[in-house]
Design a binder for this molecule. Structure first.
Ligand SMILES: [Zn+2]
Ligand SMILES: [Zn+2]
Length: 707
């Protein structure tokens, strides 16, 4: 085809421009090489040295500092000489600045679990709204006649979890709960955290008993790590289901500890004397797991009510709450202090429906989508909900199988503790269930939070052994996403919808003309107003919540219930609250608190490891292996270079060549250098070269072998 001469002209021009540019790049690189490595080289290695004055002056123009880099200049400092060896355009200061910013970012991210001296100038801070100085905190005098309430976890942290409270009088301590907190994406490779119990380890002989309000992981999850440290004598109190769940946890340990379990029947209103001055009583309450209790701790300074997690239900599926017992104690002995969970304080009103409504609605879904399989996803600890699913399925002649390790475990424990009742011949094994016609099938599974490895996601991807989601399936999310999990839940829902399945989520069930499919386990605002009013405690301390929840709960009690602000205290983990003989609360110093980190194999993860992981995830890692001759210290073979999570080496020949060149020169001229210093300098220089080329400072590890 003939080409228009104008077009040909244009293309030729472009080609010429391109040729020019290409030469430029190459030339600049060569210049850089010359500039860097040859300034320090002795003249016999001068084959790469600039040959003409023109080249020399050009180099100087490009980098004014070059003039100082003359190796023959006796005035030149060692550091200046090192600078010239690198083919870099960035100053060392820029790299150091980048490293400093990075390390402060990494630190901020990987140390969120450490609770230092928190800022608390709230009007309920126990110091009249004035921030205590670190000296005041350090020198706080201990009142020997006071009862001390010390939150070891669960207050004012990121995310709600790892609840743990110590109540101390003289040489006696009783512990309420010990939970886990699931780590977020800021903590790569960390699965969960537990409270740091250094204070208890230092005061081991004082710990007289452990009490558990209920079996959620944010209350019992840390038991496997903490209880074995206190031996087989210290009693462990809880209801049958709660103790069953703790035992199950312990049975998973390689070396199952022999512990002094004490199963409590809360309806007996027993007072367990756990030490000379302290006793505990468990009171049955309602929450989203069987066997939930409030705990009353009686002390020489009065009775303390610890709410545990709770909700009001006028028409509960199980036994109604033993509210009368609480009212009785409130009106006879009175509560000198009430610790009340603050989780749902921001939800207005009261619970709008009951678990029965949820059960009915689950039934409606089974009716609406009568021809397909029903897959219900909920928390594995929602045993009441699971009971409802079983009942609704049995009514419709459907069979139910459980999928997910924790789901099967929890159902087993609940059955053994008689915490749930199940209709006969309804439960089947998954492998048998899938052989039934679709309209006979209900699967209850984990994964409602969009967890990548949970059953629901595996059913979407086809990775599940027995079930692949298909277009006739209906998937019910009988749960709400925990804050932070929303994007994952969305991605799971999208995956299900792409398979053509029906997806019915609580909170969005109106789209399918179905009522609510979930009920929160925590009381709403008006419920709290009623509870605190009925208990009319002398003093009030919100717990189990982020700082804003604690503050909102305190405001509710001051403004609506009408307690004076001096009788309300909002504190963080580690703050010591003293309850004095004249029935006042005040802050009195701190104990060290924080978190210990664990991976998904329940093995401890050191903070330094997390920091390295965060650093590597942002900047990568770069390893250099040098083999030097023992006799003359020179390189014996080409240095090995390994890059991970940083640059892809196959695409980075130029940079790698540059580094190899540097290493050869460096080793040639450092034959007598101390190995440690040589490593340090190589690490520093290579980091600089990499920063210059990429804007990143990976972890550089030089390995030097002498043979
Ligand atoms: Zn709970
Ligand atoms: Zn809880």
């Amino acid at each position: 085809m003939r080409q228009n001469p104008r077009e040909r002209e244009r293309q030729e021009k472009l080609l010429k421009q391109y040729e020019k540019r290409k030469v430029d790049i190459k030339q600049r690189f060569e210049e850089g090489q010359n500039r860097n490595f040859n300034k320090n080289a002795p003249s016999k290695q001068g084959q790469n040295r600039p040959t003409g004055n023109a080249r020399q002056s050009q180099n100087q123009n490009q980098n004014g500092k070059q003039t100082k880099g003359n190796p023959s200049d006796p005035q030149q400092s060692a550091s200046a000489r090192r600078k010239v060896e690198l083919a870099v355009n960035t100053r060392r200061g820029e790299m150091v600045h980048h490293q400093r910013m990075l390390s402060s970012d990494v630190n901020a991210q990987a140390t969120q679990h450490i609770v230092g001296l928190p800022v608390n100038r709230s009007r309920y801070n126990g110091y009249g709204g004035v921030q205590a100085t670190s000296n005041q905190v350090k020198n706080a005098k201990r009142d020997p006649s006071a009862v001390r309430i010390i939150p070891l976890g669960g207050l004012g942290e990121f995310g709600i979890g790892k609840n743990m409270t110590a109540i101390e009088y003289g040489d006696e301590i009783v512990i309420i709960d010990m939970g886990t907190l699931f780590a977020n994406d800021d903590y790569p490779g960390v699965n969960y955290m537990i409270p740091d119990i250094k204070y208890l380890e230092d005061n081991k002989q004082k710990v007289k008993a452990f009490c558990f309000t209920h079996a959620h992981l944010d209350h019992i999850g840390a038991a496997r790590h903490i209880l074995p440290k206190f031996g087989h004598l210290t009693p462990v109190y809880g209801t049958e289901f709660t103790v069953g769940m703790i035992k199950k946890q312990m049975s998973e340990l390689d070396d199952e500890p022999d512990l002094n379990y004490q199963v409590v029947d809360p309806f007996k209103h027993e007072k367990f004397s756990i030490s000379e001055h302290l006793s505990v009583e468990f009171v049955h309450t309602l929450h989203s797991i069987p066997g939930s209790t409030n705990i009353i701790v009686r002390t020489p300074n009065g009775a303390i009510l610890i709410s545990g997690d709770w909700r009001f239900e006028s028409n509960p599926c199980g036994t109604p709450a033993d509210y009368d017992r609480l009212i009785e104690v409130a009106n006879t002995e009175g509560f000198v202090l009430m610790l009340n969970e603050a989780t749902n304080i921001d939800s207005p009103g009261t619970h709008p429906h009951s678990e029965y409504d949820v059960g009915d609605n689950l039934g409606h879904v089974m009716d609406h989508y009568a021809n397909g399989r029903i897959i219900v996803s909920c928390f594995s600890s929602q045993l009441g909900r699971i009971e409802l699913v079983l009942n609704e399925a049995a009514k419709r002649n459907r069979k139910v199988a459980f999928a997910g390790f924790s789901m099967i475990n929890n159902v087993e424990v609940a059955l053994r503790a008689r915490a749930i009742k199940i209709p006969k011949n309804t439960i089947m094994k998954m492998e048998d269930l899938v052989k039934l016609p679709d309209d006979k099938v209900v699967v209850v599974c984990t994964g409602s939070q969009g967890e990548m490895n949970a059953v629901l996601n595996r059913m979407v991807t086809g990775a599940h052994k027995y079930i692949k989601v298909k277009s006739t399936d209906t998937i019910i999310f009988s749960s709400n996403p925990i804050p932070g999990n929303e994007p994952r839940v969305v991605s799971t829902v999208d995956g299900l919808l792409r398979e053509g399945a029906q997806v019915i989520q609580n909170g969005k069930s109106h789209i399918h003309n179905i009522g609510p499919l979930h009920l929160s386990g925590h009381a709403y605002y008006e419920d709290h107003v009623k509870f605190v009013t009925d208990m009319h405690p002398k003093n009030y301390m919100p717990y189990h919540g982020e700082f804003y929840m604690l503050q909102h709960s305190a405001e509710m009690v001051e403004n609506v219930v009408g307690l004076h602000k001096d009788n309300i205290i909002v504190v963080d983990d580690g703050d010591i609250v003293e309850l004095t003989t004249d029935k006042k609360v005040r802050r009195a110093g701190r104990i060290p608190v924080g978190s210990r980190l664990y991976d998904d194999a329940d093995k401890s993860v050191h903070e330094a490891v997390v920091k390295d992981r965060v650093h590597i995830s942002r900047e990568g890692i770069f390893i250099i292996v040098l083999t030097l001759s023992k006799s003359n210290g020179k390189l014996i073979k080409t240095p090995d270079i390994v890059s991970r999570a940083f640059i892809y080496l196959d695409n980075s020949e130029e940079l790698v060549g540059k580094i190899r060149h540097y290493l050869r020169n460096k080793t040639d001229h450092s034959t007598n250098m101390d190995l440690k210093q040589l490593k340090e300098e190589i690490k520093d220089d290579v980091t600089h070269i990499l920063f210059d080329a990429t804007g990143h400072t990976p972890i550089v590890i030089p390995v030097i072998n002498k043979v």
